[in-house]
Design a protein around this ligand. Structure first.
Ligand code: HEC
Length: 148
């Protein structure tokens, strides 16, 4: 009987929408700081992880080889997945549906890099780097005044 009454109470509470408000996120970092201190350094880890360097002695292929190196890339890719969420929080998100789209695109492309790092697949990691770059660029073209 008591349980039924409680159920009824929550049912009514739900109907009238008295659900708790989402907690206020900390936006002490400006958008530019999130870009320069959180997103950019982690994107660099992903982009620098697979490349080839040519000089007079020949070509050197750079890619993660040890478990620790793969984990470092994985961690940065994971940070970029979450960074997409950071861009969508209230107080940081800019106007327009496209902002949300571009933020999600960053998370989505970073997820591909994350999977590649988990699979230790350097070719997939390289391709994912390109996809991440295009995600950055798409948003900058629309919302920032550089990169044009
Ligand atoms: C959802 C939109 C969005 C995405 C996605 C995004 N950026 Fe940005 N970024 C911006 C905006 C807007 C600014 C300008 C911020 C300002 O100046 O206040 C900016 C600024 C920057 C800056 C500072 C540049 C400068 O000279 O002021 C860097 C660096 C940067 N972004 C890197 C990146 C990288 C790397 C990625 C992808 C891994 C990325 N951003 C993804 C919107 C985005």
């Amino acid at each position: 009987m008591k349980l039924k009454a409680l159920g009824l109470f929550f049912g009514i509470a739900f109907l009238f929408g008295c659900s708790p408000k989402p907690p206020q996120a900390n936006t002490a970092l400006s958008l530019k700081q999130v870009m320069e201190w959180v997103i950019d350094p982690n994107a660099d880890v992903v982009w620098d992880s697979v490349k080839s360097i040519s000089n007079i002695k020949g070509t050197t292929e750079i890619y993660p080889r040890t478990d620790a190196q793969w984990e470092a890339v994985r961690n940065s890719a994971a940070t970029l997945v979450e960074a997409g969420n950071l861009l969508m929080i209230e107080g940081r998100a800019k106007e327009g549906d496209q902002w949300i789209e571009y933020s999600k695109r960053l998370s989505r492309t970073a997820e591909i890099a994350l999977k590649a790092a988990q699979d230790k697949n350097k070719d997939a990691l390289f391709d994912a780097g390109g996809k991440i770059y295009n995600a950055c660029k798409a948003c900058h073209d629309k919302y920032a005044d550089f990169d044009k």
